[in-house]
Design a protein around this ligand. Structure first.
Ligand code: C2E
Ligand code: CA
Ligand code: CA
Ligand code: CA
Length: 278
């Protein structure tokens, strides 16, 4: 309606309707996206800071929307989480990553780890079986996969989480702690979990080298990782100053625009073949 605008009220309810409609539209659109293969994965290289060789990649989902173009996960993951479609989306991602890894294996590439983002909601007892089944389906070993989880998953029912993580490790899959430093992990807990890598959040990398706090936090995370014998990777590395600081501080790997943005699978394959350097 909206011909008689009765002040704030009408505006408010129109606003609400619009948001509900947006949500519904994206939910319906996502269902359509599964059916019509509109989802795709981009791959962002992870790079060794000493040798500058590519060590793996993070798979990042994109939605090739028929009207709106290429959408970033920030525009649909939160809605997928709210509506429960995240379960279907994660299954799709897991299968798509394994299919891609299989294709790279068939092309003769040595195993490299492709990292998947796992949300708290899917970090359940059935996760190891789901991942194991996907590996079997594509006849792959666990050395092709890595799971990125966030600190918040380590906070509750510790024994349950440890048992899930141990099963995942048993498959030969590594686990990294994403966005490290932004949550509330208790450092004394950290050593109890079978984690391979700490991932320094981009919010800290961004402030290097000018923000002394960010520098201190990044250095501290690197120190913790060394003490616990974990690997450490920095995300969001964009320039040489950040690169130099992190390398001197002992960071093992980087992920960021300084090397490459996330790219479609064929481009990543080409980078691997070229042995592309910074
Ligand atoms: P994330 O896990 O922290 O992923 C890193 C994000 O930082 C990616 O954004 C990546 O494109 C961006 N990035 C990497 N290097 C740089 C850099 O040097 N500069 C800047 N400015 N940005 C950089 P993206 O692809 O938009 O993904 C955003 C978030 O969406 C991810 O954050 C992750 O939490 C989520 N996400 C992406 N794919 C999936 C997925 O398949 N499943 C789930 N559950 N979540 C996903
Ligand atoms: Ca991630
Ligand atoms: Ca991250
Ligand atoms: Ca982040």
């Amino acid at each position: 309606g909206g011909e008689n605008n009765e002040g704030g009220y009408a505006c408010y309810s129109e606003e609400m309707n619009r948001n509900t409609l947006d949500l519904l539209r994206i939910e319906t659109g996502l269902l359509h996206a599964f059916e019509y293969n509109e989802l795709l994965l981009y791959y962002q290289p992870k790079v060794d800071m000493q040798t500058l060789a590519i060590t793996g990649a993070e798979a990042l989902v994109r939605w090739q929307h028929p009207e709106r173009g290429l959408l970033l996960p920030g525009e649909f993951i939160p809605i997928a989480e709210e509506t429960g479609l995240i379960v279907q989306l994660s299954d799709w991602v897991l299968d798509a990553v394994c299919r891609q890894a299989r294709a790279w294996k068939d092309a003769g590439l040595p195993p490299i780890r492709i990292a998947l983002n796992v949300t708290a909601r899917e970090f359940t007892r059935s996760l190891p079986d789901r991942v194991g089944a996907a590996l079997e389906r594509h006849m792959l070993s666990g050395e092709w996969l890595e799971l990125e989880i966030t600190e918040s998953m380590l906070m509750h029912s510790t024994d349950r989480v440890i048992s899930i993580m141990e099963k995942i490790c048993g498959l030969g899959i590594t686990v990294s702690l994403d966005d490290f430093g932004t949550g509330y992990s208790s450092l004394s807990y950290l050593k109890r979990f079978p984690i391979n890598t700490l991932k320094i959040d981009r919010s800290f990398t961004m402030g290097i080298p000018d923000d002394t706090n960010d520098c201190a936090i990044a250095s501290a995370i690197i120190g913790i990782a060394k003490q616990l014998r974990h690997k450490v990777i920095a995300e969001g590395v964009e320039d040489e100053k950040q690169f130099n600081f992190l390398r001197e501080a002992g960071c093992n790997e980087l992920q960021g625009y300084i090397f490459s943005r996330p790219v479609p699978a064929p481009d990543f394959h080409a980078m691997l073949l070229e042995g592309r350097k910074l």
